[in-house]
Design a protein around this ligand. Structure first.
Ligand SMILES: C[S@@+](CC[C@H](N)C(=O)[O-])C[C@H]1O[C@@H](n2cnc3c(N)ncnc32)[C@H](O)[C@@H]1O
Length: 253
């Protein structure tokens, strides 16, 4: 039945995830454009605006991959200090190439570091905002990912999550099922030569909490005023949560 919660065996072992993204890094950006009909950049821009950083702020983009959301943050806030973090070195290499191109144009560019979202190498409250784009679906412990993002965000700051999600019942759901279940794996095989990475994508979306469930996980991590908006026939969601302004950095209560 469409939308029915199904438990799929999705292997989120970190070493497997890292190897998978390492293998598709060279074609990752092209696949994003093809899969989303070029809309991914628009959704990243909305996510970057939701983070609402101000010049001088330090912003973390976790699971930055090839750096597109980090770069969008830098474009949206020209005076911000943007840090992108990911654990897959070939993805980071692409991100650093883009940052170097931006620097050659005389613009402030993000810094890219290798690290694990589940054990962020940053101090409590170090960032004004944290974003994560299409990242939390791949981690082995989603509550811990949000606890870590909450911890490193300063009181009053925002955590923004851009992610694929199950479309609600209706035409969007059927379209999404066909697109993700059949077209995307085929495209992935042709474009990247990897049949498994883009078969994992729809399976991981199905196994991922629904948008309401993700909002509940964010609230349980201590974030407040959690809300979300859907895009792309309902198959993409941007969740925003805030760190309470009246707590000490890193505190969840
Ligand atoms: C689908 S890509 C998203 C990249 C980018 N945010 C974007 O908007 O296109 C997911 C990325 O998350 C990274 N990742 C997955 N689990 C991670 C973890 N625990 N810590 C750091 N990076 C992780 C992968 O290496 C991969 O680069």
């Amino acid at each position: 039945m469409p939308g029915e919660a199904r438990t799929l065996a999705v292997d989120r072992d970190p070493q497997r995830i890292e190897a998978m993204f390492g293998g598709i890094a060279a074609r990752y950006d092209l696949m994003n454009r093809l899969m989303t009909g070029g809309r991914d950049g628009h959704w990243r821009r909305i996510a970057a605006r939701e983070a609402a950083p101000a010049p001088g702020d330090r912003v973390l983009d976790a699971c930055c991959g090839t750096g597109d959301l980090s770069l969008t943050l830098a474009e949206e806030c020209s005076g911000c200090d943007v840090v992108g973090l990911d654990f897959t070195e070939p993805m980071l290499e692409r991100a650093r190439e883009k940052a170097a191109a931006r620097q050659r144009r005389g613009l402030l560019a993000p810094t890219f570091v290798r690290g694990d979202l589940l054990d962020l190498p940053f101090a409590d409250g170090e960032f004004a905002a944290v974003t994560v784009g299409w990242g939390v679906r791949n981690v082995s412990d989603i509550p811990r990912a949000f606890a870590e993002m909450h911890r490193v965000t300063r009181p009053g700051g925002r955590v923004v999550c851009l992610e694929s999600t199950q479309a609600p019942y209706g035409a969007g759901l059927y379209f999404h099922r066909v697109w993700m279940g059949h077209v995307v794996p085929l495209l992935g095989r042709v474009v990247t030569g990897d049949g498994t990475a883009y078969a994992y994508l729809p399976a991981s979306v199905e196994a991922f909490p629904r948008a309401e469930g993700l909002a509940a996980i964010m609230a349980a991590a201590g974030l407040t005023r959690v809300r979300y908006r859907r895009f792309g026939f309902g198959a993409v969601a941007i969740h925003v949560g805030e760190v309470r302004a009246d707590v000490a950095p890193g505190s969840t209560r």
